[in-house]
Structures are given as C-alpha cells and as structure tokens.
Ligand binder design. Structure first.
Ligand code: FE2
Ligand code: FE2
Length: 274
C-alpha cells in the first residue's frame, strides 16, 4: 500500500528559500537522512517480529511512509540549498552509521519492550515535526511538517495497538515499561542524530565528534520547540507506558522538560557552542 500523500501533492512553487534560517536548514537536512534510513529499521523489525505476519506487513507500510518523509525533506533542502546533494549525504551517513539489522531479538529485551521504544520514538517525531511546522517561515516546509506530524501520530497509534496485543501475551510491568521509555528518551550512547547532523552539514574533511555534532544538532532542533510541543510528547510517552497514575504527572513533567530545555539552551549559548 502506498503512502496516503505524494511529493507531487506539495506546492513546491511556493517555496521561499530566503525565509529559511541556517539552523532550520541544518535541522531539516539531518532529519531527512534519519527518515530516509528507515529501510534498515524495517529489516530489524522483521527479524525481531519473525512469525508475526500482521506486524511485519504493518512495518512495511510504516517504512514506506518514513522513507517518503526523508524524500520530501531532502527535496525541500535541495531546493533551498542547491549545493546540498541529498543522495550523497545519505550515502555518507549510511557508510558510517548502521543499526543492528541482523539482531534476532529486540535490543530492548522483548517484543513488548521494542514496541514501547517505538512508541517513544513516534512521540518524539510527532512533537518535533509539530514544532518545526509551527516555527517554519516557509509555507512548503509548514505543509510537509504538518503532513509528517500527522503520519507520526498515526505511527504512534499503530505501535500502541500492537503494544497492547503483546502486553497481553508477554506482559511487562509498568516499572519495566517506564524504564525502557526513559532509557530510549535519554539514549546518549547512540550516534544516530549526531552522525546524521555530521553527514548532512559538516565539510568533507571534518572529523566526526559525537558530542560536538550531537550538541550542535540538539541546540538547533530544540530551539524550535514551544512548551506545548514538549507537553504533547510527555502525554504520548505516559500513554505508551500505560499508567493512569503517571498520566496525572504529564503536565508537571512537560513543564519540567521545558524548563530543563530552556536552561540548557541558554547555557550552551553562553558557552558559545557551535
Ligand atoms: Fe517520519
Ligand atoms: Fe514515524
């Protein structure tokens, strides 16, 4: 089944390159690479959910939509910056960063745990594209991000449905689900974002430095968030964890995330970070 919107549905002739800030362009280029790399995640999910044909078919459709997100963002970035070669940047990213596609079991310890982590990722992407949509001065990017944010919300519901099914068969305690969710949010050992930022934006002769490029990406991406976007992400994560008691803490959690984000952004700015 094809994704429910196409690149030709977008009004590319309305693009306003002059309105786009360097930080926004760098952020979108990075996101384009991560989205376009979804094929590896489909292979990984096929291995982890071997024998579950319904889930594997859903993962195929999901992968097609994520790949399309990458194509739309990559094309937008090439139109704004004619020096950007999306295919070349993607090849650079894939040459240096691979997820464990051959894993026979989930890196989260169980299929239920894998689905908790997938829900957390979709919560993050849904809030991210909502934030970019609301901050983007260019109408084409606003349209792209609006469509992607809706897809990400749908992906969240898809993984949540399968999570509920697996929770019946291979149950995890609320504590275990919360631990996996928090672990995925604060996954610091992962190179994905920093290597994508490096591949999309660093000169060809630059040396990769995970902390430097990871911080550069975080600083740009988070600068587009408003408190409501973090509030939305906190709500979705508590839904994925599935605790009614925890859901009462969504608002204070969202506010805490917002305050911590603003504090770190101010600190990085004062330090003169990249
Ligand atoms: Fe996506
Ligand atoms: Fe998604």
């Amino acid at each position: 089944m094809k994704p429910h919107w196409e690149l030709n549905d977008l009004h590319w002739d309305q693009l306003i390159p002059a309105a786009v800030s360097p930080a926004l362009l760098q952020t979108v280029k990075t996101a384009a690479l991560i989205e376009a790399n979804s094929g590896d995640y489909v292979s990984y999910l096929h291995n982890v959910f071997a024998g579950d044909d319904a889930f594997k078919a859903a993962a195929d459709r999901w992968g097609d939509e994520e790949a399309q997100h990458g194509l739309a963002l990559g094309r937008w970035a090439e139109l704004v910056d004619p020096n950007f070669d999306f295919a070349q940047a993607l090849a650079r990213f894939r040459a240096g960063y691979r997820i464990p596609v051959d894993a026979a079991a989930s890196v989260r310890g169980s299929r239920t745990g894998e689905l908790v982590a997938r829900c957390v990722v979709e919560s993050g992407t849904c809030s991210f594209y909502s934030a970019l949509r609301d901050a983007a001065p260019d109408p084409v990017l606003r349209d792209i991000c609006h469509r992607i944010a809706q897809d990400e919300a749908q992906h969240f519901r898809l993984f949540k449905t399968h999570l509920e099914r697996y929770q019946q068969r291979e149950p995890l305690s609320t504590y275990a689900r919360a631990k996996i969710a928090l672990g995925r949010i604060f996954e610091t050992s992962d190179d994905e974002l920093s290597y994508a930022y490096f591949s999309a934006n660093a000169p060809a002769d630059a040396r990769y430095d995970r902390v430097r490029f990871g911080t550069a990406y975080w600083r740009r991406a988070m600068s587009f968030y408003a408190q409501r976007h973090l509030q939305g992400a906190a709500h979705m994560v508590t839904v994925a964890i599935g605790s009614a008691r925890l859901s009462r803490w969504t608002r204070p959690l969202g506010r805490l995330l917002w305050m911590a984000t603003r504090w770190r952004l101010r600190r990085l700015e004062a330090q003169g970070a990249d």
